[in-house]
Design a protein around this ligand. Structure first.
Ligand code: FAD
Length: 289
């Protein structure tokens, strides 16, 4: 099933997971998937390392299991910056054999220790390449507060429009904690003529390290309400977890009430948190269209 077909019918609710680190057992992710699968998301996306280290085959393997064992539509992330055209073609062949037709086409972060392969400079280059090589559902990433390398939000939006013009069927946003920033981003995309569905990326923050790591990586701004909660409970893990879950639920209720196309939950491979959020919002999402 192609994910783009869902948006006309419902508010899409999807999960994101990542493959286990090389030092952990792969069985951990299958145990996680068993629990996530019970929550029946519309699709589950699997991240893929931009490092060119070859662990992408594990991402494809996990995506296959999502489809074949849990009967859920999978999406594979595919970052291109450190891959050649032939390497991307090999991944597409692998996806065809596995019957996986949904791809989140990405540039990937530039790693100062790895010389980019120069076949693909931007995600839009990958999107037009994928389009030439098959009938896939292609998603792209977007950044409500601007991509971290961008000096100018206007250029970022123009680049996003180009990405959609090259064939992105829908978009998934970077995480954010201030819904007003997302609404303002939606206005900018509408003015720019970007009219594909945009899912809102929500990350429940359930421990202090996660906040520092995530904000450092993506530069999401932290509204005063969020900072107050995190400061109040930073030394009480259980309270911080519950407050993080409540904050994410609050964001989702507001977004769905405002008519967003979908919610993409960064599960951090934590089925307990995904379950609490899914159960809290299932009636709202299920009755929103
Ligand atoms: P692009 O769309 O290529 O944009 C990158 C930068 O280049 C932006 O600043 C943009 O404004 C600029 N730009 C784009 N086109 C042009 C142009 N034609 N001319 C000039 N400038 C241009 N990374 C991974 O490695 N693996 C993952 O699995 C992964 N999953 C992700 C999932 C989501 C939902 C998101 C939001 C991000 C994910 N990332 C992942 C991170 C992503 O790879 C990085 O954010 C990366 O830095 C940018 O990727 P992109 O596809 O958005 O790049």
């Amino acid at each position: 099933m192609k994910i783009r077909e869902l948006f006309d019918k419902k508010t899409v609710f999807s999960f994101e997971i990542f493959p286990p680190k090389k030092t952990s057992s792969v069985d951990v992710i299958y145990k996680t998937l068993e629990e996530l699968g019970d929550l029946s998301p519309d699709f589950i996306s699997v991240t893929f390392s931009a490092g060119g280290s070859g662990n992408g085959s594990l991402s494809c393997e996990i995506a296959s299991r999502i489809k074949d064992e849990y009967n859920i539509t999978p999406m594979i992330h595919l970052p291109c910056i450190n891959y050649t055209e032939d390497e991307i073609l090999a991944v597409l062949n692998d996806l065809d054999k596995r019957g996986i037709e949904n791809i989140l086409a990405l540039r990937g972060d530039i790693n100062p220790d790895i010389e980019p392969k120069k076949h693909f400079r931007y995600a839009s280059d990958l999107i037009s390449f994928i389009k030439k090589h098959g009938d896939y559902d292609i998603a792209g990433a977007c950044y409500p507060e601007g991509h971290i390398e961008t000096e100018n939000i206007v250029d970022d939006i123009k680049n996003l429009k180009h990405k959609v013009d090259m064939g992105a069927d829908h978009l998934i946003s970077q995480l954010f904690f201030d819904n007003n920033l997302f609404y303002s981003f939606l206005e900018k995309t509408a003015i720019a003529g970007i009219n594909v569905p945009i899912e809102a990326g929500i990350m429940p923050v359930v421990n202090k390290n996660q906040i520092e790591r995530m904000v450092g990586m993506c530069g999401a701004s932290l509204p005063p309400k969020f900072v107050k909660i995190m400061q109040k409970f930073e030394h009480n893990p259980e309270a911080l977890r519950d407050a993080g879950i409540a904050y994410a639920i609050d964001q989702i209720v507001d977004l769905v009430s405002s008519g967003v196309d979908g919610i993409h939950l960064y599960t951090m491979n934590n089925p307990y948190v995904a379950k609490r959020i899914s159960e809290a919002v299932s009636g709202i999402i299920g009755n929103s269209k």
